[in-house]
Structure formats: C-alpha cells, structure tokens
Design a protein around this ligand. Structure first.
Ligand code: SAH
Length: 215
C-alpha cells in the first residue's frame, strides 16, 4: 500500500525485523504492507513505526513491531490456514495475520477496542477477519479447530480450551508467566502429541478471564 508512511514502514522492516533475524518472507511482506499508523491515535501516528510498543485505549498496548513479526513468524503460516487470535486490541496483529492466511477469528473483551478495530478492518477492506466480544481464554468453539492460535496477552498458563481448539497439526503462541514479565511459548500439536518450546522474554498486558488472571 502506498501512503505517506510507506518509506518509514520499509525502514522498520529493514532495521527492526530483518536485522533481528525475522526471515519469513511472507511475514516481512505483510509487515511492509499493513499501515500500522492507522491502528493508533492520530497524535501517535508519527511514532507508530518506532521500535517500541504503543498505548491504545483501556490501558492496553500494541506490541513492538519486532514482537508482532516474531509471533507471526512462529506460526509458520502458508496461506490456507484458519487462525484464532485472543486479544484483538487495536486490531494490528489481526490485520497482519489476515494477509497471511484464509481467515482470522479474533476475540476481545473490551468493547471500545473491538469497535475501533472493526472500523479499521472495514476501512482497509480486510474482510477475512471475524471478531467477537467475549472471554477469549475459552477460545471460540464455534469455528474450531484452528490451524494456528495466537494469544496477545500474558496469562499464568496455557488455557486448556485453546489447546483443545487447536488443530492437529497446529501451532499456538502465547506469553506465559507473571503479571509483569512472561516468556513467549510455542506449543505444537502433532500426531496427538504436544511439545512446548520457549522462545524469548516478553512483557504483555494481562490475559484476564476464566482461564487467565482474575481481573
Ligand atoms: N493484538 C493486539 C494487542 C492488544 S493488547 C494489537 O495488535 O493491538 C492485549 C489485548 O488482550 C487487550 O486489548 C486486552 O483487552 C485483551 N484481552 C485480555 N484478556 C482477554 C481475554 N480473556 N479475552 C479477550 N481479550 C483479552
């Protein structure tokens, strides 16, 4: 997409993603395409491609570009997947995913955030994103199983509902740990077996719900 931030966005891809080892060409392409500045308040547009997270409404945050790319790359999407995201927030991560798979299902617990994200999806004509207001720790059973699941808020553990709703084979990425610091975990399901790999240390807002933190 050509807009006044196209050059800054390209620089973000070069300096923050390629240089730190994001190698998946489809992920890099999606990050170069999705207009991140549209997902933040007008006053923050100019800094929206910086190497840091950004505040959004309701005391929540959009992750740093590198973390969005690293989590996306970990899902190894090829194009024909159904992906479930928990924590729509601004909608930016869902937008990136929507360029890389058939359909994104995304769940958010804060209504104002969901409404804002939906407006931008429409504005960008990203019609392969279906969203819902709910407690995402319980997943979204109606459309399960999902080939990939991404949780963009940090929980004390991996919610059972999400593991159940993951396809076989399937990949799930989630920050797990304490309230302040977590480690990014990649769970893979294959031939009925579950493996968990620890990726890197991260800081996410809390995953709040029945199979997350209590508020
Ligand atoms: N992916 C988002 C990141 C948003 S921050 C983006 O790209 O902007 C994490 C989001 O998770 C917050 O909006 C928060 O409200 C939401 N969240 C926390 N617990 C949740 C739950 N149980 N179900 C759904 N959303 C949840």
């Amino acid at each position: 997409m050509t807009d006044r931030f196209a050059t800054v966005r390209e620089r973000m891809v070069q300096e923050q993603l390629l240089r730190r080892g994001i190698t998946d060409s489809r992920t890099l392409q999606a990050m170069a395409e999705v207009p991140r500045h549209l997902f933040v308040d007008d006053a923050m547009q100019a800094s929206s491609y910086g190497d840091h997270p950004l505040p959004i409404a309701g005391d929540q945050t959009i992750s740093q570009p590198y973390i969005v790319a690293a989590m996306t790359q970990a899902l190894q999407l090829l194009g024909d997947e159904k992906v479930l995201e928990i924590g729509t927030g601004s909608g930016y991560q869902a937008a990136v995913l929507s360029r890389l798979c058939t359909k994104v299902y995304t769940v958010e617990r804060i209504n104002t955030l969901l409404a804002g994200a939906r407006r931008i999806f429409d504005q960008l004509h990203y019609y392969n994103i279906l969203s819902r207001l709910d407690d995402g720790t319980l997943g979204w059973a109606e459309y399960a199983p999902y080939d990939a699941i991404i949780v963009t808020a940090g929980g004390p553990g991996i919610p059972d509902s999400l593991v159940e709703q993951l396809a076989d084979p399937g990949r799930l990425v989630i920050p797990v740990g304490g309230r302040d610091v977590q480690e990014l975990q990649l769970l893979t399901k294959e031939d009925g077996e579950i493996h968990i790999q620890r990726l890197e240390s991260v800081r996410f807002v809390s995953l709040i719900g029945e199979q997350g933190w209590n508020g």
